[in-house]
Design a binder for this molecule. Structure first.
Ligand code: NDP
Ligand code: PYC
Length: 341
């Protein structure tokens, strides 16, 4: 997670939500889109996921002012097959399309055991964990994946081909916070590098190479060069899978095509997203308690030796925010946000 800057601004959660919707509606977003975007951005800030918190408003407004994203298109939901819902975002941000398509996805997963939601023609900036969390809250296993812009070099290369391509997964745990992970398949999310650049801080070696293909710790040179995948050839292959599954498979753009579509505007990536929901009641063949207990034994074996589960930090941050009743952002970001209204 990003470093805290010296001067900070505290906001209550309702102030953060009001500021977000004020900024978005002042920049042309409809009330429905502004609320859907603000909910996700504020959840990110609440859970101290700074690269996908209030900072993202800068990119949303830039994209709106560039005349790229539709600020008011209503998503079109199509019941495409027994196991497939399509949500056409019609050139708007993905979040309202997700919220609108989600109930039919859940219904289909409960009927068929497994169902997918393909979001098409969307601008996409958000963390995926709020989406898999909202599906796991229905007692379903969830998986979500999406490309972005082609900032990331394949393993062994030095030129961008892949997006930062996040993969998120959620598993229900009765009576406990679900098991959730959500990570970019690049060594770090692009938003993390941008936050380092804004804070004037170097990035760790291994995140990126410069335009000459040389390793760099300079955030700006990294952004002008190419980011690297996590886990070498393994992250590279996973990233390619995400391109294929959330690109050609659902009839939408690759990260290379999203970057070409952007034509240098530096706007939010434009492509699709694939979300899969699985009903354990059907897959576990009526023996849910037994198999859930086996899953719990796995989690116990992880935490029992002092390791932590993914999302433990995030849930702790969520509880901390609830106790304090406020989130904290760098003062410089707060001032940049006020300037958008
Ligand atoms: P992080 O590296 O911060 O975290 C990745 C995951 O690993 C989290 O679930 C995290 O849990 C978990 N984790 C971290 N450290 C440990 C540990 N020591 N033990 C166990 N689990 C651990 O994420 P990224 O920077 O890769 O991605 C940040 C966000 O960016 C994601 O939410 C992603 O969806 C978003 N993103 C969105 C894109 C888009 O196109 N829309 C593109 C790229 C990224 P915890 O949170 O609890 O630390
Ligand atoms: O942080 O890599 C990122 C990212 C890309 C699109 C949205 N977030």
């Amino acid at each position: 997670m990003s470093e805290i800057q010296a001067e900070t601004q505290a906001l209550s959660l309702s102030e953060a939500f009001d500021l977000s919707t004020r900024i978005l509606t002042a920049n042309g977003f409809s009330a429905d889109h502004a609320a859907a975007i603000a909910r996700t951005i504020c959840a990110g800030q609440r859970d101290e996921c700074h690269s996908h918190g209030l900072y993202r408003l800068l990119v949303c407004v830039h994209t709106a002012r560039a005349g790229k994203v539709s600020c008011d298109a209503a998503p079109v939901i199509v019941d495409a097959a027994p196991g497939l819902v399509r949500a056409d975002a019609q050139g708007a941000y993905s979040l309202l399309a997700f919220e609108t398509g989600r109930p039919l996805l859940v219904e289909k997963a409960r009927q068929t055991g497994i169902a997918a939601l393909a979001i098409n023609h969307c601008y996409h900036f958000s963390a995926l964990w709020p989406e898999v969390e909202s599906i796991v809250a229905e007692g379903l296993v969830a998986l979500a994946l999406t490309p972005s812009h082609s900032w990331v070099a394949p393993y062994g290369g030095t030129k961008g081909v892949f997006g930062t391509n996040p993969l998120a997964f959620a598993w229900p745990r009765p009576g406990q916070d679900p098991f959730v992970f959500d990570f970019a398949t690049s060594a770090a999310a692009r938003g993390e590098i941008e936050l380092h650049r804004r804070a004037g801080k170097p990035i760790p070696l291994g995140w990126a190479v410069d335009a000459d293909g040389e390793p760099t710790t300079d955030a700006q040179r990294a952004m002008d060069g190419a980011m690297l995948t996590f886990g070498g050839h393994k992250g590279s292959a996973l990233s390619a899978m995400i391109e294929l599954m959330a690109g050609p498979l659902i009839g939408d753009l690759l990260s290379l095509e999203s970057m070409a579509f952007d034509a240098g505007a530096k706007s939010t990536p434009y492509h699709g997203e694939l979300i899969i929901a699985i009903d354990p009641n059907i897959f576990m063949g009526g023996n849910v308690a037994h198999h859930q207990a086996r899953a719990e034994a796995l989690f116990d074996a992880i935490v029992g030796q002092g390791a932590r589960l993914p999302s433990q930090r995030r849930y702790a941050a969520r509880r901390r925010t609830a106790e304090r009743g406020e989130v904290t952002i760098p003062k410089a970001l707060y001032q940049d946000l006020l300037a958008l209204v």
